[in-house]
Design a protein around this ligand. Structure first.
Ligand SMILES: C[S@@+](CC[C@H](N)C(=O)[O-])C[C@H]1O[C@@H](n2cnc3c(N)ncnc32)[C@H](O)[C@@H]1O
Length: 374
Protein backbone atom coordinates (compact mmCIF):
# COMPACT_ATOMS: atom_id res chain seq x y z
CA UNK A 1 0.00 0.00 0.00
CA UNK A 2 1.62 3.30 -0.99
CA UNK A 3 1.44 5.92 1.72
CA UNK A 4 2.60 9.49 1.91
CA UNK A 5 5.55 9.17 4.14
CA UNK A 6 6.97 10.96 7.09
CA UNK A 7 10.08 11.63 5.04
CA UNK A 8 8.15 13.25 2.18
CA UNK A 9 6.53 15.50 4.73
CA UNK A 10 9.34 16.49 7.04
CA UNK A 11 12.41 16.20 4.82
CA UNK A 12 10.85 17.66 1.69
CA UNK A 13 7.65 19.68 2.20
CA UNK A 14 8.49 21.36 5.51
CA UNK A 15 11.99 22.62 4.55
CA UNK A 16 10.64 23.81 1.22
CA UNK A 17 7.86 25.80 2.96
CA UNK A 18 10.36 27.20 5.46
CA UNK A 19 12.60 28.39 2.65
CA UNK A 20 10.02 29.73 0.25
CA UNK A 21 7.59 31.23 2.78
CA UNK A 22 9.66 32.32 5.73
CA UNK A 23 12.73 33.19 3.69
CA UNK A 24 10.83 34.94 0.90
CA UNK A 25 12.75 38.23 1.19
CA UNK A 26 15.97 36.74 2.54
CA UNK A 27 19.06 35.57 0.69
CA UNK A 28 18.77 32.16 2.42
CA UNK A 29 15.25 31.70 1.08
CA UNK A 30 16.31 31.50 -2.54
CA UNK A 31 18.02 28.09 -2.49
CA UNK A 32 16.81 24.60 -1.49
CA UNK A 33 17.56 23.44 2.07
CA UNK A 34 21.20 22.41 2.10
CA UNK A 35 24.21 21.76 4.27
CA UNK A 36 24.71 25.40 5.28
CA UNK A 37 21.16 25.58 6.60
CA UNK A 38 21.80 23.11 9.42
CA UNK A 39 23.92 25.48 11.54
CA UNK A 40 21.87 28.49 10.41
CA UNK A 41 18.58 27.17 11.82
CA UNK A 42 20.20 25.35 14.73
CA UNK A 43 20.57 28.57 16.72
CA UNK A 44 16.80 28.99 16.84
CA UNK A 45 16.27 25.31 17.65
CA UNK A 46 18.69 25.53 20.56
CA UNK A 47 17.03 28.67 21.92
CA UNK A 48 13.58 27.11 21.66
CA UNK A 49 14.80 23.94 23.33
CA UNK A 50 16.05 26.03 26.24
CA UNK A 51 12.81 28.03 26.43
CA UNK A 52 10.73 24.86 26.55
CA UNK A 53 12.98 23.18 29.11
CA UNK A 54 13.82 26.07 31.41
CA UNK A 55 10.97 28.57 31.30
CA UNK A 56 7.55 28.35 32.89
CA UNK A 57 4.43 29.43 30.94
CA UNK A 58 4.53 32.97 32.34
CA UNK A 59 8.17 33.49 31.35
CA UNK A 60 7.85 32.15 27.79
CA UNK A 61 8.41 34.88 25.20
CA UNK A 62 5.97 35.14 22.32
CA UNK A 63 8.25 32.88 20.29
CA UNK A 64 5.95 32.42 17.30
CA UNK A 65 6.05 36.18 16.64
CA UNK A 66 9.57 35.69 15.24
CA UNK A 67 10.02 34.03 11.81
CA UNK A 68 13.32 32.63 13.04
CA UNK A 69 11.61 30.65 15.80
CA UNK A 70 8.72 29.59 13.61
CA UNK A 71 11.24 28.19 11.09
CA UNK A 72 13.08 26.33 13.84
CA UNK A 73 9.85 24.98 15.27
CA UNK A 74 8.68 23.70 11.88
CA UNK A 75 12.01 22.02 11.14
CA UNK A 76 12.40 20.25 14.47
CA UNK A 77 9.72 20.54 17.15
CA UNK A 78 6.80 19.95 14.84
CA UNK A 79 8.29 16.59 13.95
CA UNK A 80 9.14 15.80 17.57
CA UNK A 81 5.59 16.54 18.68
CA UNK A 82 4.02 14.74 15.71
CA UNK A 83 6.01 11.63 16.65
CA UNK A 84 4.54 11.72 20.16
CA UNK A 85 1.05 11.87 18.66
CA UNK A 86 1.95 8.88 16.45
CA UNK A 87 2.96 6.88 19.52
CA UNK A 88 -0.31 7.64 21.28
CA UNK A 89 -2.37 6.90 18.16
CA UNK A 90 -0.56 3.55 17.88
CA UNK A 91 -1.64 2.75 21.42
CA UNK A 92 -5.31 3.49 20.69
CA UNK A 93 -6.08 2.51 17.09
CA UNK A 94 -9.72 1.69 18.00
CA UNK A 95 -10.45 5.32 18.78
CA UNK A 96 -9.31 6.41 15.32
CA UNK A 97 -10.93 3.54 13.42
CA UNK A 98 -14.20 4.43 15.14
CA UNK A 99 -14.02 7.87 13.51
CA UNK A 100 -14.22 6.43 10.01
CA UNK A 101 -17.74 5.16 10.63
CA UNK A 102 -18.73 8.78 9.83
CA UNK A 103 -18.11 10.21 6.35
CA UNK A 104 -17.83 13.83 7.41
CA UNK A 105 -15.36 14.43 10.18
CA UNK A 106 -14.66 17.59 12.12
CA UNK A 107 -11.46 17.59 14.14
CA UNK A 108 -10.72 20.32 16.67
CA UNK A 109 -7.01 21.02 17.10
CA UNK A 110 -6.57 23.20 20.20
CA UNK A 111 -3.41 25.28 20.46
CA UNK A 112 -2.80 23.94 16.96
CA UNK A 113 0.40 25.85 16.18
CA UNK A 114 1.25 24.65 12.64
CA UNK A 115 -1.38 21.90 12.86
CA UNK A 116 1.01 19.29 14.24
CA UNK A 117 -1.67 17.04 15.73
CA UNK A 118 -3.81 17.26 12.59
CA UNK A 119 -0.87 16.34 10.37
CA UNK A 120 0.10 13.46 12.66
CA UNK A 121 -3.47 12.17 12.41
CA UNK A 122 -3.43 12.25 8.60
CA UNK A 123 -0.06 10.50 8.53
CA UNK A 124 -1.37 7.83 10.90
CA UNK A 125 -4.47 7.27 8.76
CA UNK A 126 -2.36 7.02 5.62
CA UNK A 127 -0.10 4.43 7.19
CA UNK A 128 -2.70 2.36 9.06
CA UNK A 129 -5.95 2.42 7.06
CA UNK A 130 -6.40 0.88 3.60
CA UNK A 131 -6.57 3.86 1.29
CA UNK A 132 -9.82 2.85 -0.39
CA UNK A 133 -11.49 3.15 3.03
CA UNK A 134 -10.50 6.81 3.14
CA UNK A 135 -12.12 7.63 -0.23
CA UNK A 136 -15.32 9.61 0.07
CA UNK A 137 -14.50 10.95 3.52
CA UNK A 138 -14.20 14.64 4.18
CA UNK A 139 -12.29 16.08 7.09
CA UNK A 140 -12.63 19.65 8.35
CA UNK A 141 -9.87 20.63 10.74
CA UNK A 142 -10.67 23.56 13.00
CA UNK A 143 -7.48 25.05 14.40
CA UNK A 144 -7.57 27.33 17.43
CA UNK A 145 -4.46 29.25 18.35
CA UNK A 146 -3.66 32.72 19.65
CA UNK A 147 -0.88 33.07 17.04
CA UNK A 148 -2.09 33.54 13.47
CA UNK A 149 1.32 33.39 11.76
CA UNK A 150 2.19 29.83 12.82
CA UNK A 151 -1.24 28.61 11.68
CA UNK A 152 -0.65 30.24 8.27
CA UNK A 153 2.72 28.48 8.02
CA UNK A 154 1.02 25.21 8.95
CA UNK A 155 -1.66 25.76 6.30
CA UNK A 156 1.02 26.16 3.64
CA UNK A 157 2.48 22.79 4.72
CA UNK A 158 -1.00 21.25 4.68
CA UNK A 159 -1.73 22.53 1.17
CA UNK A 160 1.33 20.69 -0.15
CA UNK A 161 0.71 17.62 1.98
CA UNK A 162 -2.88 17.24 0.80
CA UNK A 163 -1.71 16.94 -2.80
CA UNK A 164 -0.06 13.62 -1.88
CA UNK A 165 -1.71 10.26 -2.26
CA UNK A 166 -4.17 9.31 -0.71
CA UNK A 167 -5.39 12.69 0.49
CA UNK A 168 -5.83 14.12 -2.98
CA UNK A 169 -8.99 11.97 -3.10
CA UNK A 170 -10.42 13.30 0.16
CA UNK A 171 -11.93 16.68 0.83
CA UNK A 172 -9.75 18.25 3.48
CA UNK A 173 -10.30 21.76 4.75
CA UNK A 174 -8.51 23.75 7.40
CA UNK A 175 -10.29 26.56 9.24
CA UNK A 176 -8.08 28.79 11.34
CA UNK A 177 -9.41 30.62 14.37
CA UNK A 178 -7.16 33.12 16.02
CA UNK A 179 -8.74 32.61 19.41
CA UNK A 180 -7.84 31.03 22.74
CA UNK A 181 -8.52 27.31 22.68
CA UNK A 182 -11.03 27.84 25.46
CA UNK A 183 -13.40 29.34 22.82
CA UNK A 184 -13.61 26.16 20.74
CA UNK A 185 -17.14 24.82 20.48
CA UNK A 186 -19.59 22.98 18.24
CA UNK A 187 -19.92 19.37 17.19
CA UNK A 188 -16.69 17.48 16.72
CA UNK A 189 -15.60 13.95 15.85
CA UNK A 190 -12.38 14.19 17.85
CA UNK A 191 -10.57 16.85 19.86
CA UNK A 192 -6.77 17.00 19.89
CA UNK A 193 -4.72 19.31 22.08
CA UNK A 194 -0.93 19.08 21.98
CA UNK A 195 1.49 20.91 24.23
CA UNK A 196 -0.93 23.74 24.93
CA UNK A 197 -2.03 23.16 28.54
CA UNK A 198 1.65 23.56 29.33
CA UNK A 199 1.26 27.17 28.15
CA UNK A 200 -2.32 27.94 29.16
CA UNK A 201 -4.41 25.63 31.31
CA UNK A 202 -6.90 28.26 32.48
CA UNK A 203 -10.40 26.79 32.95
CA UNK A 204 -9.14 23.54 31.42
CA UNK A 205 -11.33 21.19 33.46
CA UNK A 206 -14.50 23.20 32.86
CA UNK A 207 -13.90 23.72 29.15
CA UNK A 208 -13.02 20.07 28.52
CA UNK A 209 -16.05 19.00 30.51
CA UNK A 210 -18.24 21.30 28.39
CA UNK A 211 -16.80 19.90 25.15
CA UNK A 212 -17.30 16.31 26.29
CA UNK A 213 -20.88 16.82 27.40
CA UNK A 214 -22.07 19.27 24.71
CA UNK A 215 -20.19 18.12 21.57
CA UNK A 216 -19.77 14.48 22.63
CA UNK A 217 -17.00 13.79 20.11
CA UNK A 218 -17.13 10.04 19.32
CA UNK A 219 -13.31 9.93 19.36
CA UNK A 220 -13.14 11.82 22.67
CA UNK A 221 -10.59 14.42 23.77
CA UNK A 222 -6.85 13.70 23.64
CA UNK A 223 -4.59 15.90 25.75
CA UNK A 224 -0.90 15.28 25.01
CA UNK A 225 1.78 17.17 26.90
CA UNK A 226 5.53 17.12 27.61
CA UNK A 227 6.71 14.64 30.23
CA UNK A 228 6.82 17.13 33.09
CA UNK A 229 5.76 16.36 36.63
CA UNK A 230 3.51 19.39 37.18
CA UNK A 231 1.78 18.90 33.81
CA UNK A 232 1.21 15.21 34.53
CA UNK A 233 -0.30 16.16 37.89
CA UNK A 234 -2.58 18.65 36.11
CA UNK A 235 -3.84 15.86 33.83
CA UNK A 236 -4.42 13.66 36.89
CA UNK A 237 -6.56 16.43 38.43
CA UNK A 238 -8.63 16.79 35.23
CA UNK A 239 -9.14 13.01 35.28
CA UNK A 240 -10.21 13.00 38.91
CA UNK A 241 -12.75 15.75 38.35
CA UNK A 242 -14.28 14.47 35.11
CA UNK A 243 -14.20 10.69 35.19
CA UNK A 244 -16.79 8.69 37.08
CA UNK A 245 -15.83 5.96 39.52
CA UNK A 246 -16.86 3.26 38.91
CA UNK A 247 -16.95 3.20 35.12
CA UNK A 248 -20.26 4.55 33.80
CA UNK A 249 -20.63 4.46 29.97
CA UNK A 250 -23.14 7.34 30.15
CA UNK A 251 -20.48 9.67 31.63
CA UNK A 252 -17.02 10.77 30.46
CA UNK A 253 -14.56 7.90 30.71
CA UNK A 254 -10.95 7.04 29.92
CA UNK A 255 -9.38 5.67 26.77
CA UNK A 256 -5.88 5.95 28.09
CA UNK A 257 -3.39 5.68 29.50
CA UNK A 258 -5.20 4.28 32.55
CA UNK A 259 -6.50 0.70 32.51
CA UNK A 260 -8.95 1.35 35.35
CA UNK A 261 -11.53 3.95 36.28
CA UNK A 262 -10.52 4.03 39.95
CA UNK A 263 -8.59 6.72 41.76
CA UNK A 264 -5.29 7.79 40.16
CA UNK A 265 -2.44 6.77 42.50
CA UNK A 266 -0.04 9.21 40.83
CA UNK A 267 -1.80 12.50 41.57
CA UNK A 268 0.78 13.24 44.29
CA UNK A 269 3.81 11.64 45.93
CA UNK A 270 7.13 10.71 44.40
CA UNK A 271 5.98 8.98 41.23
CA UNK A 272 4.13 10.64 38.40
CA UNK A 273 2.55 9.32 35.24
CA UNK A 274 4.62 9.72 32.09
CA UNK A 275 5.88 7.55 29.27
CA UNK A 276 9.13 6.86 27.54
CA UNK A 277 8.50 4.69 24.51
CA UNK A 278 11.12 3.30 22.13
CA UNK A 279 10.46 5.19 18.93
CA UNK A 280 12.78 6.19 16.15
CA UNK A 281 11.64 9.27 14.27
CA UNK A 282 12.41 8.78 10.59
CA UNK A 283 13.96 11.67 8.76
CA UNK A 284 17.34 13.11 8.01
CA UNK A 285 16.72 16.61 9.31
CA UNK A 286 15.38 15.40 12.63
CA UNK A 287 18.30 12.99 13.13
CA UNK A 288 20.83 15.69 12.36
CA UNK A 289 19.36 18.29 14.70
CA UNK A 290 18.91 15.72 17.48
CA UNK A 291 22.58 14.90 17.18
CA UNK A 292 23.46 18.61 17.27
CA UNK A 293 21.37 18.95 20.44
CA UNK A 294 23.35 16.08 21.95
CA UNK A 295 20.49 13.57 22.04
CA UNK A 296 19.80 10.55 19.89
CA UNK A 297 16.06 10.81 20.71
CA UNK A 298 15.53 7.06 20.59
CA UNK A 299 12.51 7.36 22.87
CA UNK A 300 9.37 9.44 22.68
CA UNK A 301 8.63 10.99 26.07
CA UNK A 302 5.26 12.45 26.94
CA UNK A 303 2.28 12.33 29.24
CA UNK A 304 -1.30 12.15 28.07
CA UNK A 305 -4.92 11.73 28.94
CA UNK A 306 -7.45 10.51 26.39
CA UNK A 307 -11.01 10.98 27.62
CA UNK A 308 -14.03 9.30 26.06
CA UNK A 309 -17.35 11.07 25.60
CA UNK A 310 -20.59 10.02 27.31
CA UNK A 311 -22.19 7.36 25.11
CA UNK A 312 -18.87 6.46 23.37
CA UNK A 313 -17.03 4.41 26.01
CA UNK A 314 -13.67 2.87 25.23
CA UNK A 315 -13.65 -0.97 25.28
CA UNK A 316 -13.22 -2.23 28.85
CA UNK A 317 -9.60 -3.29 29.40
CA UNK A 318 -8.75 -6.86 30.35
CA UNK A 319 -8.93 -7.11 34.16
CA UNK A 320 -5.53 -8.85 34.23
CA UNK A 321 -3.73 -6.15 32.28
CA UNK A 322 -1.52 -3.70 34.09
CA UNK A 323 0.23 -0.55 32.91
CA UNK A 324 3.91 -0.19 33.76
CA UNK A 325 4.65 3.24 35.15
CA UNK A 326 8.37 2.95 35.96
CA UNK A 327 11.64 2.00 34.39
CA UNK A 328 13.02 -1.45 35.22
CA UNK A 329 13.78 -1.06 38.93
CA UNK A 330 15.88 -4.23 38.97
CA UNK A 331 18.20 -2.76 36.38
CA UNK A 332 18.34 0.55 38.22
CA UNK A 333 19.31 -1.26 41.41
CA UNK A 334 22.02 -3.13 39.55
CA UNK A 335 20.37 -6.52 40.05
CA UNK A 336 19.75 -7.36 36.42
CA UNK A 337 22.38 -7.25 33.70
CA UNK A 338 21.44 -6.01 30.25
CA UNK A 339 20.50 -9.15 28.35
CA UNK A 340 18.10 -10.34 25.70
CA UNK A 341 15.72 -11.52 28.46
CA UNK A 342 16.04 -10.51 32.06
CA UNK A 343 14.12 -10.34 35.30
CA UNK A 344 12.18 -7.14 35.42
CA UNK A 345 10.89 -5.38 38.50
CA UNK A 346 8.38 -2.70 37.61
CA UNK A 347 5.88 -0.43 39.25
CA UNK A 348 2.39 -0.94 37.82
CA UNK A 349 -0.71 1.22 38.18
CA UNK A 350 -3.81 -0.03 39.96
CA UNK A 351 -6.92 1.67 41.29
CA UNK A 352 -5.78 3.94 44.15
CA UNK A 353 -2.33 2.34 44.49
CA UNK A 354 0.83 1.30 42.74
CA UNK A 355 2.39 -2.12 43.09
CA UNK A 356 5.75 -3.67 42.32
CA UNK A 357 5.58 -6.66 40.00
CA UNK A 358 8.37 -8.95 38.95
CA UNK A 359 8.35 -10.67 35.59
CA UNK A 360 10.68 -11.78 32.84
CA UNK A 361 10.95 -9.27 30.04
CA UNK A 362 12.23 -9.84 26.56
CA UNK A 363 13.83 -6.42 26.72
CA UNK A 364 12.24 -3.13 25.77
CA UNK A 365 9.58 -3.21 28.52
CA UNK A 366 9.31 0.10 30.32
CA UNK A 367 7.03 3.01 31.08
CA UNK A 368 3.84 2.57 29.10
CA UNK A 369 4.16 -1.17 28.39
CA UNK A 370 1.00 -3.16 29.16
CA UNK A 371 1.56 -6.56 30.73
CA UNK A 372 -0.72 -9.46 31.66
CA UNK A 373 -0.50 -10.55 35.28
CA UNK A 374 -2.06 -14.02 34.74
C1 LIG B 1 4.30 24.35 21.99
S1 LIG B 1 3.15 24.98 20.83
C2 LIG B 1 2.29 23.51 20.37
C3 LIG B 1 1.79 23.55 18.97
C4 LIG B 1 1.23 22.24 18.45
N1 LIG B 1 0.03 21.86 19.13
C5 LIG B 1 2.27 21.16 18.58
O1 LIG B 1 2.06 20.22 19.37
O2 LIG B 1 3.27 21.24 17.89
C6 LIG B 1 1.95 25.76 21.86
C7 LIG B 1 0.89 26.48 21.05
O3 LIG B 1 -0.14 26.91 21.91
C8 LIG B 1 -0.53 28.20 21.52
N2 LIG B 1 -1.25 28.80 22.66
C9 LIG B 1 -0.77 29.20 23.86
N3 LIG B 1 -1.79 29.61 24.64
C10 LIG B 1 -2.93 29.45 23.92
C11 LIG B 1 -4.32 29.67 24.16
N4 LIG B 1 -4.78 30.13 25.31
N5 LIG B 1 -5.20 29.36 23.19
C12 LIG B 1 -4.78 28.88 21.99
N6 LIG B 1 -3.50 28.66 21.70
C13 LIG B 1 -2.59 28.94 22.65
C14 LIG B 1 0.74 28.88 21.12
O4 LIG B 1 0.51 30.00 20.28
C15 LIG B 1 1.41 27.73 20.38
O5 LIG B 1 1.05 27.71 19.02
Amino acid sequence: MPSCSWIDTFDRIVPCVVKTRLGKNQSWGQKPFGEKDFPFFFRGIKDLSEFFTDLGPKQLPSYFSHPRYRSSYLLYFMQLHASRFSCVFDRHPDALKLLLTENRLRILDLGAGPGTASLALLLWLSQNIPHDRLDGHSIAFDWYDTNAAIMEDGSAIFDEFCKLDPFSKMKITVNRYRKPWQYASGDASLVLAGNVLNEDSRDATKRISDILSASRPPGGVLLLEPALRNISRGLARIREELVSHPRDPAKPGIRGPCLHHGQCPLGDGRDWCHFSVLHKVPGRIFARYSQMLGSERLRAKFCYLWLSSPGYPAPAPDANSRLIISDNLARQQGRAPRARTDKGLFLVCESGKTQKIQFTTSGGAGRGTIIKTH
